[in-house]
Each structure stands twice: as structure tokens, then as C-alpha cells.
Design a protein around this ligand. Structure first.
Ligand SMILES: Cc1ncc(COP(=O)(O)O)c(C=O)c1O
Length: 380
């Protein structure tokens, strides 16, 4: 169906931070499958883990636990102290979080939950995630929305304080799909304090920001807070579909057998891939690398575009915002010159390269983006 505005290309191979099309042209990839290929395309350790697991056992359903999923739950527990529910996408991780919040609210407060969310947010396309997503344009074609959600402006703790009664606050530490919107440094800690005061859960959507992308394992570490519930997906499977809804034990226990489930979630191949991804992130120091290269890229972009656009980012999650609606034309020109970059809305370019990209590739990519800008401007 016509759900995507796809580029006119067939990508057939990928390695590290580059992909190659069916005509043999190679591109520096600043998209990474939208923040998925963090360890690089077809990382040998991930490929080996998938192949080995596929030869042994591909699927059991969650009626029969498998060791890759248990190991993955243990690894995530070691990183976060949280328990995991595995599913197949970011949207499903959000659905699990929303159901967990409702179940917890019934148990703790004996009523149905109100979940506060933010304007400009993006949480996915399924009905729960869509009701949480603070973008009218995405919701209006599919009304009526699910009940039990209120929206407050992102980045404004006072607005949340005035939102009336809420049982959970769902928020991205940095808004990704809206164009890398970074709130004030104190926002998350103030929000955490407000949730505690109100007896509400803090639910963080780290689907895009998680697993090293911002230069910390999880973006909330920048503000020193701990969430009650956290959603992961994207980078977790190295390209295979897997999502995870994590919760601290006292909240996770609200789910009882039969409350939630999925046939494929946490299947042995996806979990084996995720275990390999976590090992690669650790072994190759990719969290620290994302922070270091992010600082480098921010400075290169600021030199190239600071006079004509707003440049912002944290770690390897960056955006260039122009005043004019040039994003698609710029992305198209960059594509012709061998760089993949994601245009958002009409005036923003989003950069979420693989964390394994190197300085030389980033330098070349920025110089190509600058050429693309010069061409686009000349044509205007
Ligand atoms: C912050 C955030 N949450 C949730 C989602 C939904 O994830 P998925 O597309 O895997 O359903 C996305 C996807 O872009 C996202 O960026």
C-alpha cells in the first residue's frame, strides 16, 4: 500500500556505516534505518549470532522459554535493574507500557488510568501509541482515539503540573521524529520529582534515544533520573525486529500471567541478535564513541551550516533546521551525491548515523551536505 514516500533505489548490501545499491553505488548512511543499525550494517558478530541460532532453533512461542531471551533479560536487568517484556517493535513496546500503566493503576488506585503525554511526541502507529502521540495530523485520519490521554507542551514542567490528575507521564527524553528537540537540562529531573509528588509513574520512550545513541546507554542518564518504565526497540535487534518494555520490579509485577503476550516477541533469533548487539556496543566502546563523534559532528555541522541554519544534537542524534522548506530537495541532492539523510517535515534534516561511523566519513558527509545546500540554494 502507498504508506511510504520511498527513495527510488534498491539497497542490496551494507557494511559498517555504508550501504550499496543495486547499481553498485555506495552511500554514507546518516539514517541507519532510522536509528536502528547502531552497530553498523551486517555486523559480523550479529550475523554469526543470527545464523547460529537459526540453525539451532528459530521459534518456540513464549510457552517455552529459550536461553537467548533469558540472557537478554539478564543483560538488560544488569544495565537498568528492570524486568523485561519482549515484543516486536517500538509501538508494541509502548502498547505494553500503556497496558502495564493501566494494570498498575487499577491495582494501586482501584481506578482507570489517565496518562499524560507531550505535544510533538511520536510513540508509534498502533492505536494506543497513536493516542499517546502528540501530533494531530497523525491522529485525525484515524479518530476516534483511545480514551485516557492528556497532552501537555513538551519541555514545560509547569504545564504538566497544571494538567490535572494523571497516573503516568510518558515522554521521550529527546523528541526524535519531531526533529531532535532537546528539552532544558533540568526537565527530566523536575518531571521525576513531580511524578513522585503525584504518585504517578514516569514512563520513558527510549525507543530512539536508547542503547548508546546519545553518548550514554540511555538518554535519561544525562539528567540522573530513573524511570519506572522504559521502552526500547530500534537499535536493540541490530536490524531484526525486537522491542522491550522494561519496568522496575514493583511495577512489572502488575502484569500477571495472561495479562499480555505476543507470539513472536523475544523469539530466540531476535534475542540472540540483541545479545550480540549489546556485546558489540560494550566491546567496541560505542556509547563513549557516540558521545565523542557526536561532539565532533556537531562542531563540523556548526562550521558548515551555523550561519544559515540551526544545528543541534546530543551524541549521534542531530538535526539541521533551515528557515526555508528545503529539506526534501537537500536530502535528494545529498542522495545523488552519495549520502543518505532523513528529511523531517519541510525544513529539518535528521542525522542518526551508525555509531561505528568514523571521523573521515562524517567529514565527507558534511562536505557533501554543504555542496547539496549550495546547489539547492542556487536552484531556489
Ligand atoms: C520515540 C519513538 N517511539 C516509538 C516509535 C515506534 O517504533 P516502531 O516504528 O518500531 O513501531 C518510534 C519510531 O520511530 C520512535 O522514534
Amino acid at each position: 500500500m502507498d504508506t511510504y514516500l520511498s527513495w527510488p533505489v534498491e539497497l542490496v548490501e551494507g557494511s559498517g556505516a555504508t550501504v550499496t545499491d543495486s547499481e553498485g553505488r555506495t552511500y554514507i548512511d546518516l539514517v541507519a534505518g532510522i536509528a536502528v543499525a547502531s552497530v553498523g550494517h551486517s555486523h559480523p558478530s550479529v550475523v554469526d549470532a543470527i545464523a547460529e541460532q537459526a540453525r539451532r532453533l528459530m521459534h518456540t512461542s513464549n510457552l517455552y522459554p529459550t536461553s537467548p531471551a533469558l540472557v537478554l533479560a539478564e543483560k538488560l536487568h544488569a544495565l537498568t535493574g528492570m524486568r523485561s517484556f519482549f515484543c516486536n517493535s517500538g509501538a508494541e513496546a509502548i502498547e505494553a507500557a500503556l497496558k502495564l500503566v493501566r494494570r498498575w493503576t487499577q491495582r494501586e488506585k482501584g481506578r482507570s488510568a489517565t496518562i499524560a503525554c507531550t505535544t510533538g511526541s511520536f510513540h508509534g502507529r498502533t492505536f494506543g501509541a497513536l493516542a499517546a502521540t502528540g501530533q494531530e495530523s497523525k491522529q485525525v485520519p484515524f479518530v476516534p482515539m483511545l480514551e485516557g490521554f492528556v497532552h501537555v507542551p513538551f519541555g514545560e514542567v509547569d504545564a504538566l503540573a497544571q494538567a490535572g490528575s494523571f497516573d503516568a507521564f510518558l515522554v521521550e527524553p529527546i523528541q526524535g521524529e519531531s526533529g531532535i528537540v532537546i528539552p532544558d537540562e533540568k526537565y527530566l529531573s523536575e518531571v521525576r520529582a513531580l511524578c513522585d509528588e503525584r504518585g504517578a509513574l514516569l514512563v520513558l520512550d527510549e525507543v530512539q534515544t536508547g542503547l548508546g545513541r546519545t553518548g550514554r546507554w540511555f538518554a535519561h542518564e544525562w539528567s540522573g533520573v530513573k524511570p519506572d518504565v522504559m521502552c526500547l526497540a530500534k537499535a536493540l535487534g541490530g536490524g531484526l525486529p525486537i522491542g522491550a518494555c522494561l519496568a522496575r520490579p514493583g511495577v512489572a509485577s502488575a502484569f500477571q500471567p495472561g495479562d499480555h503476550g505476543t507470539t513472536f516477541g523475544g523469539g530466540p533469533i531476535q534475542a540472540a541478535a540483541a545479545n550480540a548487539v549489546l556485546e558489540v556496543i560494550e566491546r567496541e566502546g560505542l556509547v563513549e564513541r557516540a558521545g565523542r563523534l557526536g561532539t565532533f559532528l556537531l562542531s563540523e555541522l556548526t562550521s558548515a551550516f551555523g550561519a544559515v541554519a540551526t544545528v543541534r544534537g546530543r551524541g549521534l542524534m542531530l538535526a539541521i533546521e533551515f528557515e526555508a522548506p528545503v529539506a526534501r530537495a537537500l536530502a535528494a541532492s545529498a542522495f545523488e551525491r552519495g549520502v543518505l539523510v532523513n528529511d523531517i517535515g519541510t525544513s529539518i534534516l535528521r542525522l542518526t548515523p551508525p555509531l561505528v561511523i568514523d571521523e573521515d566519513q562524517l567529514r565527507r558527509a558534511v562536505s557533501i551536505l554543504r555542496e547539496a545546500w549550495d546547489e539547492t540554494r542556487a536552484a531556489a
